[in-house]
Design a protein around this ligand. Structure first.
Ligand SMILES: NC(=O)c1ccc[n+]([C@@H]2O[C@H](COP(=O)([O-])OP(=O)(O)OC[C@H]3O[C@@H](n4cnc5c(N)ncnc54)[C@H](O)[C@@H]3O)[C@@H](O)[C@H]2O)c1
Length: 442
C-alpha cells in the first residue's frame, strides 16, 4: 500500500542559516539549472535512478519521476548570515563558480539577501561579521528566527519551508543537562545558557514551528534529546550531521570494499589542505575538534574492530586538516592506507583527491531539502536515518550504531522510497528468478 503523501503543491522555501560557499553554490546551481544553463549532476534525487520490481520488469525510473518531490522551478531561496553580502557577492567571494557563469544569473542571485544572523563568537572564533541579531535572551533570539521564517513564508507566498544548516562549524562540546529535555532546553533559552549554541537556536525555532531541519555541519545542533523530543511533539522530520563530501565520501566507498573482501587494515592516514572560509574556521583547534570527531567515527563503524580484532584491532586512524589559502575551495586530500592480505603480506593504497568541496556539497543540500520536505508530507517525524547516505556522522536513535557504508545507506534510502510508494522492497536475494525458470521447464 502506498502511504498517503500530500502533494508537493505550491512553492517550497529553502532557508539556509549560513550563506557561504556551499549555500551560494547550491542556490546558484539550482537557478542555473532552471534557466537551462546546467544540469543537476551529483543530485541523486534528480539524476539517480531506482529499480522497481524484478529485474525482468525493466522498470528503472529517475527518482524524481517516482516520488512526488518539489519541482526545482518551485523553490524559493533565503537564509541568514553575519555578513550582509547578497548571494551574488557571497558567491563571487567564495570563488567556487566562475564569474562568467555567475554573471548570467546575477539578477536572481542579487535578489537573495541574508537576514541578520544569530551569532556568538564563542562558538566560531575566527569570524568577525557584524550583521547580527540582538535580543533580551536566547529565547528572544529564537522567537526572532521564528518570525523570520513565518514572514519569509508569507512574503513569498510559500506552501512549505525547510531549513538546511550551511553555517560554519561550531566549537566542540558535548550534550549536557540543558540539552536533556525540552523543559530544560526552553528554560536554558530563557536563561541564555552558555551551552546553547546559535545552530541550536535556529534548529529549535524551525522544529517548534514544525519546519523540517537538516544539519550540514558536524555541530550537535538538533542531535540532542531535547530537540529530538520536540521534533516528535511537533511532527517534524530532522536529519544530521555533516555533509558527506570529499575525503569521507571516498572513505565510505573504499572501506566497505576492503571489509567486504576481509582484507586487514593497519593504518589510515588522511590529510587535507583547503583555503576557503570553512578552512579558516577549522584552523582553530576547538572548531577542528568538532570536525575531527565527525570524521573519525566512520572507519570504526565500518570495520567494527571489536568483531574483527585480527583484521582491524590495531588500526591507526589519523585525520588532519590544514588551512592553505592558495587552494581556495579546491580541497586537496591525501590518504595513505596500509592494508594486509593472505598470510599478513602488506600492501598500500594511496588516494590523492583533488576535489571541489562545495561542488560535491551543493547537490547534497538540494537532496536533503527535497527529501526532508517529502518526509514531512508523508507524516514522518523525528530522526530520518534513511538520509544517512548524505551525512558524515549520521544522527540515529539513542543506542543505535550509525551505518556508514555508502552502499547500505543507498539501499536504505531507496527501500524507504519504495516503501513510501507501496513498491516491493528489494532484498537482492534473486532465488525466485531461478525458481520460476525451473517451474517453467517442469
Ligand atoms: N564544503 C563541504 O564540502 C562541506 C562538507 C561537509 C560539511 N560542510 C560544512 O558546511 C558548512 C558550510 O561550509 P562552507 O564551505 O559553505 O563554509 P563558509 O565559511 O563558506 O560558509 C559558512 C557561512 O556561515 C556563516 N555563519 C557562521 N555562523 C553563522 C550563524 N550562526 N548564523 C548564520 N550564518 C553563520 C558564515 O558567515 C559563512 O558565510 C561548514 O560548517 C562546513 O564544515 C561543508
Amino acid at each position: 500500500m502506498s502511504q498517503q503523501i500530500r502533494k508537493a503543491a505550491g512553492k517550497l522555501g529553502i532557508l539556509t542559516p549560513g550563506m557561504g560557499a556551499v549555500a551560494t553554490t547550491f542556490m546558484a546551481g539550482v537557478i542555473a539549472i532552471n534557466k537551462g544553463l546546467s544540469k543537476p549532476i551529483g543530485s541523486v534525487s534528480q539524476m539517480g535512478n531506482i529499480r522497481l520490481g524484478k529485474r525482468t520488469e525493466d522498470r528503472n525510473p529517475l527518482i524524481k519521476d517516482f516520488v512526488p518531490l518539489a519541482n526545482l522551478k518551485d523553490i524559493v531561496f533565503g537564509g541568514w548570515d553575519l555578513y550582509e553580502d547578497n548571494v551574488y557577492e557571497a558567491a563571487m567571494h567564495a570563488k567556487v563558480l566562475d564569474a562568467h557563469m555567475l554573471l548570467q544569473i546575477k539578477p536572481e542571485l542579487e535578489a537573495i539577501r541574508p537576514m541578520k544572523a544569530v551569532f556568538d563568537r564563542t562558538f566560531v572564533k575566527n569570524l568577525d561579521g557584524t550583521y547580527i541579531k540582538t535580543g533580551a535572551n536566547k529565547m528572544d533570539l529564537a522567537k526572532q528566527v521564528m518570525d523570520d521564517i513565518e514572514n519569509f513564508k508569507d512574503a513569498n507566498d510559500l506552501d512549505r519551508v525547510v531549513l538546511v544548516w550551511c553555517g560554519s562549524t561550531e566549537i566542540y562540546f558535548e550534550a549536557s543537562e540543558v540539552h536533556s529535555t525540552i523543559e530544560a532546553f526552553e528554560q536554558g533559552l530563557k536563561d541564555s545558557d552558555p551551552n546553547i549554541s546559535p545552530s541550536m537556536i535556529y534548529a529549535y525555532a524551525a522544529i517548534k514551528l514544525g519546519v523540517p531541519f537538516a544539519n550540514g555541519a558536524p555541530n550537535l545542533t538538533c542531535d540532542i534529546p531535547a530537540l529530538v523530543e520536540l521534533s516528535k511533539l511537533t511532527s517534524t522530520p530532522i536529519a544530521g550531521k555533516d555533509f558527506k563530501t570529499g575525503q569521507t565520501l571516498m572513505k565510505t566507498i573504499l572501506a566497505p570494499g576492503l571489509y567486504a573482501r576481509a582484507l586487514g587494515v593497519s593504518g589510515w592516514f588522511s590529510t587535507n589542505i583547503l583555503g576557503n572560509r570553512d578552512g579558516l574556521v577549522l584552523d582553530d583547534p576547538d572548531n577542528f575538534k568538532t570536525k575531527e570527531v565527525s570524521k573519525l567515527g566512520v572507519l570504526e563503524d565500518i570495520f567494527k574492530p571489536e568483531d574483527n580484532p585480527d583484521l582491524y584491532g590495531e588500526i591507526y586512524h589519523k585525520v588532519r586538516i590544514n588551512y592553505y589559502p592558495p587552494h581556495g575551495d579546491n580541497k586537496e586530500s591525501w590518504d595513505n592506507i596500509d592494508i594486509f592480505g593472505w598470510m599478513g603480506y602488506q600492501m598500500q593504497i594511496k588516494v590523492n583527491f583533488l576535489c571541489r568541496d562545495s561542488i560535491l556539497a551543493a547537490p547534497i543540500v538540494l537532496d536533503l531539502a527535497l527529501f526532508i520536505d517529502l518526509a514531512k508530507r508523508a507524516d514522518m517525524s523525528g530522526i530520518q536515518e534513511w538520509l544517512s547516505f548524505y551525512l558524515k556522522s549520521p544522527q540515529t536513535a539513542e543506542g543505535l550504531r550509525p551505518e556508514h557504508d555508502i552502499f547500505k545507506q543507498l539501499i536504505k534510502l531507496q527501500n524507504t522510497l519504495r516503501h513510501l510508494m507501496g513498491e516491493d522492497l528489494i532484498t537482492h536475494l534473486g532465488l525466485d528468478y531461478y525458481q520460476e525458470l525451473v517451474d517453467e521447464i517442469l
